[in-house]
Design a protein around this ligand. Structure first.
Ligand code: SF4
Length: 354
């Protein structure tokens, strides 16, 4: 397991964030925040999917005021996303936001930032300094949005916070290209010990966005960088949460139930492996929340070997499947009832672990 970058701990509502705590999943609502009922409904869907902190865009005073009503209808901590007008941040804080996100490029006047810092300090809530390559602090950058410019923007902006002795900070440095994003986080990790919120901004529609986010966020997590993640997709926010869980699971950062590994199949496979794996995945989520790694292989060429790394596995032959436990055959079954048999074995294994 990789070593996490050491950070301070920041509390967002009842969720602790930082190197001593699991990497937190975030998403963002896509409703008009001023419509409190609609927004609260979307938050509940996100929470059910596994979202642990939700961000809302606060674009006007009606949205800031709605924070209070939304909070009454939901349970996960809420982050108010503010651009341009610091008074919206002050109102969102007053209405009970658990965290504020501000963008140095869009809130540049030190006096305005100071008022937000003081209000957050009084309410004991954190602020995310959300650097975005599309809107950097003019004083230090001026020109192109390189990783160096993003980090220079961060360092300069953090001075406003240090002057007021405020350290309840989370940092993000998002660009829409993966390389700049990864470079910016790597460079910034030498500049401060605040928890990092990871994401690739404007990652795109789901097919591209999932890949870009997985590469960017995954690379950083594998280097021990990152304390909370948000996958940005032009699509259903529930899909953002699902992708975030898969990234955390694939990088070994967290587990959310069973991991199924399966071969891609080839000419050696003599069963309909795609259907069998689909059936297994459906029935695993419906029937059991096993914390196991399960291998499903199309033939015995690599089957037993791959299954050694799994808790349980099955390798198919012609009309038959050999079930393995830690690489040893425990049973040979008919392919037609292979998934039933495998699930029964998984159930027994779970009972044994309890
Ligand atoms: Fe092909 Fe067998 Fe490998 Fe699956 S396990 S890809 S069927 S050789």
């Amino acid at each position: 397991m990789f070593e996490r970058r050491k950070t301070r701990t920041v509390e967002v509502g009842n969720v602790k964030m930082g190197s001593g705590h699991p990497v937190v999943i975030q998403s963002m609502t896509k409703t008009d925040t001023a419509d409190a009922a609609l927004t609260a409904g979307q938050i509940r869907l996100l929470e059910k999917a596994g979202c642990e902190i939700v961000r809302l865009s606060v674009k006007d005073m009606r949205s800031a005021e709605a924070v209070e009503d939304i909070k009454k209808e939901t349970t996960i901590p809420m982050v108010a996303d503010i651009h341009f007008d610091h008074k919206l941040a002050l109102e969102a804080i007053r209405r009970g936001a658990d965290k504020i996100r501000i963008n140095p490029g869009n809130m540049q006047k030190e006096q305005d930032v100071a008022e937000v810092i003081d209000a957050a300090k009084e309410k004991k809530i954190p602020i995310r300094v959300g650097i975005n390559s599309g809107s950097l602090l003019e004083k230090v950058t001026g020109k192109t949005a390189t990783a160096d410019a993003m980090v220079a923007s961060l360092v300069k902006y953090l001075e406003y916070f240090r002057k007021r002795d405020f350290n309840d900070i989370v940092v993000s440095l998002k660009a829409s290209d993966v390389k700049t994003t990864v470079e910016a986080y790597r460079k910034a990790s030498d500049e401060c010990d605040y928890p990092f919120h990871l994401g690739v901004t404007a990652a795109g529609p789901p097919r591209d966005g999932v890949v870009r986010s997985s590469v960017g966020i995954g690379t950083l997590l594998m280097e021990g960088i990152g304390d909370t993640i948000r996958v940005s997709l032009t699509g259903d926010p529930v899909e953002e949460v699902d992708t975030a869980k898969r990234i955390l699971s694939s990088t070994g950062s967290r587990r959310f139930g069973p991991d199924v590994i399966s071969c891609p199949t080839c000419g050696r496979c003599q069963v309909d492996l795609i259907s069998l794996v689909e059936e297994l995945e459906k029935r695993l989520s419906a029937d059991t929340g096993a914390d196991l790694t399960i291998a499903v292989m199309g033939c015995e060429v690599n089957g037993p070997g791959e299954a050694k790394a799994a808790d349980i596995g099955i390798a198919f032959g012609k009309g038959k499947g050999a079930i393995f436990k830690q690489g040893k055959i425990v049973k040979t079954v008919d392919a037609s009832c292979a998934i039933d048999e495998l699930l029964a074995m998984i159930g027994k294994e779970q009972e044994r672990e309890l």
